[in-house]
Design a protein. Structure first.
Length: 277
């Protein structure tokens, strides 16, 4: 390290300083070696008071408290939630694509479509079917985009539910970055593997219900801690509010899919076929 200027911001320093008074960078900077490189990678993920695994552990044990502390100003204590969200969103997409790839087979055109006599209606049905397949693959390959939309959706919903509390919309956004990220991790580690294992069993249809239940329990615990809710009625309120939020998100995402797939006034048929699967 130059004993006169910080290598990061060029601020003047003295030989006795351990950190730059302007940007906070350590004054002891050395060249990268493979040993140093792997040490930094390991350190970034496992550091006791701000590694990603520390944040995962804390979000598992006390999610509401973690969000409350980060919003209150304890920023150095935890791994950056924005980086955390991007990493887990990528992992979510990867695990989702694995489960989608394993169960994916070449899908022939349904017989009910090929037997349509009217050429125009048959072409329209084929186009609808192909858009439905594209929508299915979009949710598999671009779960990160879906998660990015989910964060402001849940943040807005809970901000409206608790608008009399001290947190503003932006602070709900930060909290939901953490909560949605951890929910994605739960899906990646438990729901998607179960989807693969149980795909040929009678229990396959229960996997999505399990995912819904995991999200419900986690968001209830997280917002109970964040809002410091105590007593029967406040806890009941957050349980009911969370159930409604998950149902609204499911309806919103499926409604958007239905409008894209049908692109006409018959888009409600999407839900009829969805329920009949």
């Amino acid at each position: 390290m130059n004993d006169k200027h910080c290598l990061n911001c060029d601020n003047e320093i003295t030989a006795t300083q351990k950190f730059c008074s302007h940007c906070g960078q350590t004054t002891h900077v050395h060249r990268f070696t493979l040993t140093h490189f792997f040490h930094e990678v390991f350190h970034a993920f496992t550091h006791t008071d701000k590694g990603i695994f520390f944040l995962i552990k804390e979000l598992f044990l006390r999610p509401g408290i973690v969000a409350k502390e980060y919003i209150a100003g304890k920023r150095k204590k935890y791994f950056n939630p924005f980086t955390f969200f991007l990493i887990l969103a990528a992992f979510f997409v990867f695990s989702s694509s694995l489960s989608g790839t394993i169960k994916k087979e070449k899908q022939d055109m349904p017989e009910r479509i090929t037997k349509i006599d009217n050429d125009e209606k048959r072409e329209e049905a084929i186009a609808i079917y192909e858009r439905a397949l594209k929508t299915q693959q979009f949710f598999i390959k671009h779960g990160n985009i879906v998660a990015m939309i989910a964060v402001p959706f849940f943040a807005c919903y809970f901000w409206l539910i608790f608008y009399k509390r001290k947190y503003n919309y932006s602070e709900h956004l930060v909290a939901n970055l953490m909560f949605v990220s951890f929910a994605n991790l739960a899906f990646s580690l438990f729901v998607f593997p179960l989807q693969i294992l149980l795909k040929t069993t009678p229990f396959a249809s229960m996997v999505y219900f399990l995912g819904f239940l995991l999200q419900l329990v986690y968001f209830v615990v997280a917002y109970k801690g964040l809002m410091e809710l105590k007593g029967f009625w406040p806890v009941t309120k957050i349980v009911v509010a969370t159930i409604i939020s998950l149902i609204l998100w499911a309806v919103f995402s499926q409604l958007a899919s239905a409008i894209y797939v049908y692109q006409n006034q018959n888009f409600m048929d999407y839900f009829r076929y969805l329920g009949g699967r």
